[in-house]
Unconditional design. Structure first.
Length: 179
């Protein structure tokens, strides 16, 4: 799989010359895989929930333009998010996350707002995240999504988790982008 993923990545056109990609994950195997296939220019195996970023990661975050959170806001817990925001405060990067419906975390969104970010969904519809692995997982997901106020008809009822893209950015950049 790694050789297939590496080949796929190397065949992609370079859409953003000069762009650099950094991976951060508590799971060392996830970081190692991203390095092995050439996804990351730099990667850090760090647990930001329990410790501040290392000096090299903090330096990288200080010049970051975009943080793409690929798990879920549920994984971006307040302590880890606070550490990311502090380390990247000079540059105030955009933050993009796509939690599965019902997994949106008010505490994370409130923390972003406390740091001066506007959090938006950009009006995009939810998208399929992955198939449920069992009827019990589907029932649980439907209950969680409904408890959060989501209508699950045509979404989770189809057999998939659905996610929503959220973008957090400084107000002056949200206003410019919204024109």
């Amino acid at each position: 799989m790694a050789s297939r993923d590496a080949a796929w990545l190397s065949d992609l056109p370079e859409s953003y010359p000069g762009a650099r990609f950094t991976g951060v994950d508590v799971a060392g195997n996830a970081v190692a895989y991203g390095r092995a296939i050439g996804l990351f220019d730099a990667a850090f195996d760090e647990d930001l929930e329990h410790a501040a970023p290392s000096a090299p990661l903090a330096e990288t975050l200080s010049s970051t333009d975009l943080i793409l959170e690929c798990g879920s806001v549920a994984q971006l817990k307040p302590a880890a998010l606070e550490r990311l925001l502090r380390a990247s405060a000079v540059n105030k990067p955009w933050i993009v996350t796509s939690p599965v419906r019902g997994n949106e975390r008010k505490a994370a969104f409130d923390l972003l707002r406390d740091h001066g970010y506007v959090v938006e969904t950009l009006g995009l519809p939810p998208f399929p995240h992955r198939r449920f692995d069992s009827p019990s997982e589907q029932a649980r997901a439907i209950d969680i999504a409904r408890a959060a106020g989501h209508d699950t008809t045509g979404f989770e009822t189809t057999g998939h988790f659905y996610a929503q893209i959220y973008v957090a950015r400084p107000p002056e950049e949200a206003a410019v982008a919204g024109r």
